[in-house]
Design a binder for this molecule. Sequence first.
Ligand SMILES: [Zn+2]
Length: 279
Amino acid sequence: MFPISSQQINQNFYTNTYSPYTPQYSGVYGLPSYTVVDDSQNSPEQAVKTLGLAALLQVISSGLEKGSEFLSNKISAGKEFTTGENVVKVARDMVGKNNLDVTVGFVDEANKNLFSSRFGLGKEIDAVAKGENAFFANKLKLAVAPKSKPSLILHELGHAINAKKGFTRLLQGTRRYAGYAPMALLLANGLIPNNRQNGKKNFIERNAGILGFCAFLPTIIEEAIASGRGIKAAKKVLNNPAGLKILKKNYALALGTYILAGIGLGVAAKQSFIYNGKE
Ligand SMILES: [Zn+2]
């Protein structure tokens, strides 16, 4: 495995972690509370319609959460596409070719304390040791995968390469703000002068859902590029291995959790307009 070099511990760890592996939907952004349904300006028919849409969005929202959980379980149960030694070979190639200044670690119960003390990590490294997570932390210059699921490291190194290139670094940077989209849209909507003067919904009100999804789109694209880099390196270094299909499938499932998260953000944006009486 890779030697652990000493790296700076940074408190901003959470803002730069990329996890393909846990349900992305939960805890990424807070849903607006369900208490305020202001239909004072609406007719009874409109109120019923609004409540119907609110209920529907709620159902979609919990469906997305279940779907994300399902995909995560599929990833957990997924096979490894090649041996750990081969994964290390590919990882070394990615690090070397791209001049990555990144500590690469394969974590299990036996060595996890090494990472917690060196990088100031707590439960996030526990999850990796248990095989439930993998991440790249740009501030720590650290990429880790479970020893039991080493192939996840190739995706994380894809993130490390992305962090070095202008366009993909830009995509990465949007991640921490995406969750604020529903709030930002409400705010922007409030700033539009003469809002709804002619009784018609404005652009933001009509398209809150798709705009919310768009806020997450850069993240989805960056995730796909990170996986693409891992797959490409595995294909080249291991000379088109038979198990490449398995790797592609595992990474597709991981991307699925991000797509669901994006739809979830769209739903949350739409909901925020309903609860604020803008629907
Ligand atoms: Zn990722």
